[in-house]
Design a protein around this ligand. Structure first.
Ligand code: XMP
Length: 513
């Protein structure tokens, strides 16, 4: 595989996005965790190296370090965020730890003469930052190729050694011209764009056939969302009637969701078995008195497995559990490739018990949602299923801050329906990644009908995103916000205040818990 890109992963949440963007540009890329030996990967003759970001501070004693073979290789190198800081440290520059760090958008001024920023507009453009350290002293041989108002050395290059470094993340959607920058680097590295992501479905189906041969049965956890639907479709192609789809009503679903999913799925796939299990009571019972978000997630994950186990018993011998796990679920829950930080236990990954009574099949584990939607469209899955907004496995439980009670669920269900209805009415469904309500645990004083009220607060969250790795708050028209607020306070008993969440990801996440 000569001439491909080798990405060294220092544990960034978005390393897989680098690979994915490089793939999208037509170049093959592979990821190597920074703690593994480089020798074998270098012997496969990559044509360029990309050093990812990471959560550590380069000056910490336990921080991942720069393998000397990287600089010795003489290959073109692009260091991103932590990768830039490592390059600075190991080529003779100096860093400082910032008191506050820099997270989210910044305006970047590129040096127009830099090869890395070739053909970019002369004006400043938005880049996405997420760092606590900064390069303070330029290493010998490097020149500054870009800055922001807060960061004098936001990019640096030693063009004679083909080493480039940028403090921001070109791989995330919210960095303008990120793809152009990656492309410039790949072109500068003299690589040829000759890779295509053509036969993903074929390969996935073939892998499933091999794993489940000759006649083993698969239970697929279906949520009604795009991921599990595409996964179920691939499985049905591979194992036919040995597939048993199970949709668990965990009591944490949105208004009318069970009926809607049943109808949408069975009308699109009358031949795929769908079992709907009413398990609301056990989930709510297990969640009684629990307020800690990770504890909620773990309880829900374990209960799902228990319910799947009961269904499997009814079916006889079932060896596999299939899920529509995506890469963002994986990376936030555990670090599969490198030393990433754990953010939250996505229920279908970090929420699984250690002694899982099934083998797992996760055909979409390396993909992002927009790739899954494209895959689904190529498989002929109807838009109605492909374009449902994402809904987390732990459901409304992680949108109720504090205890999950039937009363809280009832308030949140009504509020969520209002938010989604108003967004749909305004025709904003597709451009918004997710729009939902969160029920806060604090109370606030209000005045209703000349009397004092002491009610609950709904936070409205609406974000734009492409892959859930980064997100921006949606600039909803004031009129839409006004309608939502008026309806929530008038129609949902107990609510007397509405706030709009204007945080980006990072530093926030999309869900509140
Ligand atoms: P966060 O809150 O981590 O969410 O920014 C990123 C995306 O993932 C969804 N999400 C989940 N999906 N199981 C899922 O299947 C989970 O446990 C889970 N937690 C969050 C979230 O709604 C958003 O789209």
């Amino acid at each position: 595989m000569a001439g491909h890109v080798l990405i060294i992963d220092y544990g960034s949440q978005v390393t897989q996005l680098i690979a994915r963007k490089v793939r999208g540009l037509g170049y093959y890329a592979e990821i190597l965790p920074a703690n593994l030996d480089l020798t074998q990967s270098l012997s496969r003759k990559p044509g360029a190296l990309i050093l990812s970001g990471g959560p550590a501070s380069v000056e910490e004693p336990s921080a991942p370090t720069l393998d000397p073979a990287i600089l010795a290789s003489g290959l073109p190198i692009l260091g991103i965020c932590y990768g830039m800081q490592l390059l600075a440290k190991f080529t003779g520059g100096a860093l400082t730890r910032e008191a506050a760090g820099e997270y989210g958008p910044a305006q970047f001024y590129a040096d127009a003469s830099s090869a890395l920023f070739k053909d970019l507009p002369p004006k400043a453009f938005q880049v996405w930052m997420s760092h606590g350290d900064r390069v303070d002293t330029l290493p010998p041989g490097f020149k500054i190729t870009g800055h922001t108002l807060d960061l004098p050395i936001a990019a640096m290059s030693d063009e004679s050694r083909k080493i480039h470094a940028i403090q921001f993340h070109p791989e995330v959607h919210h960095t303008d011209h990120g793809l152009d920058i990656l492309k410039n680097f790949l072109v500068l590295s003299k690589l040829t764009a000759d890779w295509q992501m053509s036969s993903f479905a074929e390969k996935a189906v073939k892998d499933i056939i091999e794993r489940t041969a000759p006649d083993r049965h698969v239970l697929c956890g279906l949520s009604g969302g795009v991921d599990s639907t595409v996964a179920a479709f691939l499985l049905a192609k591979a194992v036919g009637t040995r597939l048993h789809s199970v949709f668990v009503d965990n009591g944490l679903l949105r208004q009318n969701e069970v009926e809607q999913v049943r109808e949408a799925f069975t009308s699109a796939y009358p031949d795929i078995e769908l079992r709907v299990v009413d398990a609301g009571e056990i989930f709510l019972d297990r969640l009684k008195g629990v307020t800690e978000p990770e504890e909620k997630r773990k309880i829900i994950g374990h209960t799902f497995i228990e319910v799947f186990g009961q269904e499997a018993k009814k079916l006889g011998q079932v060896d596999f559990l299939a899920q529509g796990t995506l890469y963002p679920d994986v990376i936030e829950s555990i670090s599969p490739y490198g030393p990433s930080a754990m953010i939250k236990s996505h229920h279908n990954v970090g929420g699984l018990p250690k002694d899982l009574p099934f083998e797992l099949i996760e055909p979409l584990r390396d993909l992002f949602k927009d790739e899954v939607r494209a895959l689904g469209a190529s498989l002929g899955i109807p838009d109605k299923l492909l374009w449902r907004q994402p809904f987390p496995g732990p459901g409304l439980a992680i949108r109720i801050i504090g205890q999950v009670t039937p009363q809280a669920l009832s308030i949140l269900r009504q509020a969520d329906a209002v938010v989604r209805e108003e967004i749909a009415k305004a025709g904003l469904d597709r451009e918004i990644w997710q729009a939902f309500a969160v029920l806060l645990s604090n109370r606030s004083v209000g005045v209703m009908g000349d009397g004092r009220s002491y009610g609950q607060v709904i936070a409205v969250r609406a974000v734009t995103s492409v892959d859930a790795m980064t997100a921006d708050w949606a600039r909803l028209p004031y009129e839409v916000l006004g309608n939502i607020s008026r309806r929530l306070t008038n129609e949902v008993a107990g609510i007397n205040r509405v706030v709009y969440d204007i945080s980006t990801k990072p530093p926030s996440t999309i869900e509140w818990e």
